[in-house]
Design a protein. Structure first.
Length: 146
């Protein structure tokens, strides 16, 4: 059955009030940068609407639109708590595609946040990307060097 469902995550941005405050907040900027990176990697773009199987649209804080998942992966951020939730309609779509997108968003945002924290502490940041041959999942090792 087609419907948009909401799934909570363990990601949290800084609580902000209003779009203007969000544009100036570092955690929101890093999150948008992470989404743009994932979108580029998958040949897509960042938007503010997703749709369900029947084409009914829903607005959200961010939307990741990629060719492999035409309905879009929506992301809502609660301005009061900063909690991040994923929204999507999985009807007719392989679960692996959605899970890969969610994992890529979480991993990319975490990588950017850790590297920013290390930079703030005057560490030189190094990245090492590894791909698991069996699962084809990507892992990123972030290393802070004095």
């Amino acid at each position: 059955m087609s419907h948009i469902s909401t799934y909570s995550t363990d990601l949290q941005l800084n609580p902000v009030k209003g779009e203007r405050a969000a544009k100036n907040d570092t955690s929101w900027q890093l999150f948008r940068e992470a989404l743009e990176s994932v979108a580029e990697e998958h040949g897509g773009y960042v938007d503010e609407k997703i749709s369900n199987y029947f084409g009914h649209e829903r607005e959200c804080t961010f939307a990741l639109r990629v060719p492999q998942f035409q309905y879009g992966l929506g992301i809502d951020v609660d301005e009061n708590t900063g909690r991040v939730s994923f929204l999507y309609d999985s009807y007719g779509v392989r679960d692996e595609i959605i899970e890969t997108l969610k994992d890529d968003v979480k991993q990319t945002f975490t990588t950017l946040a850790v590297s920013q924290a290390l930079n703030d502490l005057n560490y030189s940041v190094e990245f090492e990307e590894q791909v698991d041959d069996e699962t084809e999942r990507k892992r990123i090792l972030v290393r802070g060097v004095m």
